[in-house]
Design a protein around this ligand. Structure first.
Ligand SMILES: *Cc1c(COP(=O)(O)O)cnc(C)c1O
Length: 379
């Protein structure tokens, strides 16, 4: 949720700070990567990758962003209720009932298969009002979209549904983060062939879009095509080691809640998986796996305190984490602890936490729990 802490109430000190100005600079940096005529569809699914979709969407205008894409109707409705006036593309899939609602609220619908196209055509015909759609072609991801054998049926539906307005064809890359991927080339070729086949069947779309963050970074974008970019806007690295001037947007912090000195041989945390090897200063911080701080970071990550790295010791608990701060000069109760983001000259990136916990940066960002309040700066 995007509940800013009420300054009158003393909430827990564990918060996410979202730098809206950095997000907007990333939007501009990504726009600068695009070829002539191309525009950005900002992907803000999963509550803007955990940052807060409404706040980030409000910072954008139609000048910056052609559309906002989300996965769920619920996500689209939240933006609608927040009076976001940028067209919203719902990637889906949607249920039959959701298609009715989405049409009513004039969402642009990603068509995930012939059954959905049929359902949308029925709704549009009954309402006698246009429903705008983007038709997804499965060029090699294998999840959603029309496959070759669906094309004739889709063309028949479309040519008999005057209220279905086909704005775009699109597809999604599965290996664009890999260098020189033959599969990416194959997907581009398949997409071209499927679009051509649809044209032969009398179906024309004015616009194409294929590229995600990785493909945009690799400049695999035809002039005039739109791009659907999520991760780059949050300063993440969709390709290992390539940051391209993008800035992390999320800073996740807490404060030291308990500080104690322990003699050598003191076991710390569940399972007593770590024992003080010397006279140690142990800090306890009020965050845990229930907040999305991965259990797999037990004995396996650093946090930042006073601009320096300090190791997590013992297991990550549901609500608490313990840190060895013996080597942090001047450490004090209430010191800021950075779990993710920058402090002084040091930074902990989502990629670092992901690498240590065997996941991807996307899951780290989306996983920051709803009970961690988001605050917005620079907006
Ligand atoms: C999530 C998603 C994107 C954005 O992916 P990034 O790697 O974050 O840029 C683009 N297209 C579709 C269909 C998606 O589901």
């Amino acid at each position: 949720m995007s509940t800013a802490p009420d300054p009158e109430i003393h909430w827990r000190p564990t918060v996410v700070e979202v730098d809206v100005a950095a997000f907007m600079r990333n939007v501009d940096t990504v726009r600068g990567m695009l070829p002539p005529g191309s525009r950005l569809i900002a992907v803000l699914k999963a509550d803007g990758y955990g940052h807060g979709a409404v706040q980030l969407a409000r910072a954008c205008s139609r000048h910056h962003v052609a559309m906002i894409a989300v996965s769920l109707l619920e996500e689209a409705m939240k933006l609608h209720e927040a009076a976001v006036d940028i067209p919203i593309l719902v990637l889906g899939p949607l249920t039959a009932h959701q298609i009715e609602l989405a049409a009513e609220y004039e969402m642009v619908l990603g068509i995930t298969g012939p059954e959905m196209l049929d359902a949308v055509a029925a709704v549009a015909t009954r309402r006698r009002r246009p429903v705008r759609v983007h038709l997804k072609l499965d060029s090699g991801m294998g999840r959603m979209g029309l496959v070759e054998s669906d094309l004739a049926e889709a063309a028949t539906i479309l040519t008999h549904a005057p209220f279905v307005q086909l704005d775009a064809l699109y597809s999604h890359f599965s290996t664009a983060s890999e260098p020189h991927s033959a599969h990416t080339s194959l997907q581009i070729e398949r997409f071209r062939q499927m679009a051509e086949r649809l044209r032969d069947l009398g179906v024309h779309a004015p616009l194409d879009h294929m590229a995600n963050s990785a493909a945009t970074l690799r400049a695999i974008v035809n002039p005039g095509d739109f791009v659907r970019v999520g991760m780059l806007l949050f300063g993440g690295e969709p390709i290992d080691g390539t940051r391209s001037g993008l800035e992390p947007v999320m800073r996740w912090t807490t404060r030291i809640a308990r500080l104690k000195t322990m003699p050598p041989g003191s076991p710390i945390g569940y399972g007593a998986t770590w024992t003080t090897p010397r006279d140690s200063c142990i800090a306890t911080i009020p965050v845990g796996y229930a907040d999305g701080y991965p259990y797999l970071l037990s004995n396996n990550a650093d946090v930042l305190i006073r601009g320096r790295r300090a190791p997590i010791v013992g297991r990550v608990s549901m609500d608490l984490v313990t840190v060895d701060v013996t080597d942090i000069d001047g450490v004090a109760l209430g010191d800021e602890v950075v779990l993710l983001g920058r402090q002084g000259d040091e930074i902990v990136t989502a990629e670092e936490l992901a690498g240590r916990s065997g996941t991807i940066s996307y899951e780290i960002l989306c996983g920051v729990g709803h009970r961690v309040p988001r605050t917005y700066i620079g907006g």
